[in-house]
Design a protein around this ligand. Structure first.
Ligand code: IPE
Ligand code: IPE
Ligand code: MG
Length: 253
């Protein structure tokens, strides 16, 4: 396990996004039902939040339920919806006390129960003035759906084609204030984004680990950040003699 001393605390990624994957396999490898893997993921999530707070990560975004996850068996879908609601009810106050601003991204369609949508709204409102870290939960989130929804908003605003820029789209994503992730972490040995933050990840550093999400802890987060700090982010430019190691901005404002 890596200790924080090995990290350059001046170059901690401002925004880290996590695909919390491998819960089902973690459980099945222990002879447990898949839902026990989701349950075990809670401890991982809160340890990662604590670790992120400790080292000053400003934005943490986690993928909790994708627009594709409706394809799972109905019982698992129901469990995931209820479990997310349960976690929010039990733990939002402690996050609030820690100075965490909680936000949600995703489609608010009819498949998401009204009770959960209301709880999301209450939680967002409760924590909106916190400033230590913004913790965003992607629920019923799909990157393609987000871009489609942004395009719809552009059309609704009556903006003509020749006036559309990248900024026109970016300003209509689910959270226009969210900076692009510097680092995306996916657990459990899969090398794909699975429709997570398609627009926003364009220039993110990607980090993959075989560790299943329920076993992931802040030490694993620090290890991912250490790897990130070894990267050179070029944003299309040529290397200025290695001087741009993991800077957190593309400099284009
Ligand atoms: C991630 O774990 C949690 C969600 C997708 C909600 P999985 O449930 O995908 O676990 P695996 O990938 O099947 O092991
Ligand atoms: C991505 O994981 C979605 C979440 C972690 C919520 P999946 O397990 O659903 O992704 P695929 O199906 O393996 O691509
Ligand atoms: Mg999975």
């Amino acid at each position: 396990m890596v200790i924080t001393a090995e990290l350059d605390l001046d170059r901690v990624p401002a925004h880290i996004a996590c695909v919390m994957d491998g819960n089902g396999r973690w459980a099945q490898s222990r002879g447990l039902p898949r839902t026990e893997g989701h349950r075990a993921g809670e401890e991982a999530l809160f340890d990662v939040v604590e670790g992120a707070l400790d080292i000053g990560v400003e934005w943490l975004t986690v993928y909790a339920f994708s627009t594709e996850n409706w394809r799972r068996p109905a019982a698992e879908v129901r469990f995931l919806i209820e479990f997310n609601e349960d976690i929010l009810l039990r733990r939002r106050d402690e996050l609030h006390e820690r100075g965490v601003r909680i936000r949600f991204v995703g489609r608010r369609d009819r498949r998401v129960p009204k009770r959960l949508l209301d709880l999301m709204d209450d939680t967002t409102e409760l924590t909106e003035h916190n400033s230590r870290m913004t913790f965003t939960i992607a629920f019923n989130y799909g990157g393609r759906a987000e871009i489609v929804d942004a395009v719809r908003a552009v059309v609704d605003a009556g903006i003509s084609a020749d006036r559309i820029t990248e900024r026109t789209i970016a300003r209509r994503l689910y959270d226009p204030e969210m900076p692009e992730p510097d680092l995306m972490i996916r657990t459990s040995g899969e090398f794909r984004t699975s429709n997570f933050l398609l627009w926003e990840l364009a220039y993110s550093e990607l980090y993959f680990t075989d560790t299943a999400w329920p076993d992931f802890r802040r030490g694993d987060l620090f290890e991912a950040i250490r790897a990130y700090q070894e990267r050179e982010r070029r944003f299309g430019r040529v290397s200025p003699n290695g001087a741009s190691k993991a800077s957190t901005t593309n400099g284009d404002g």
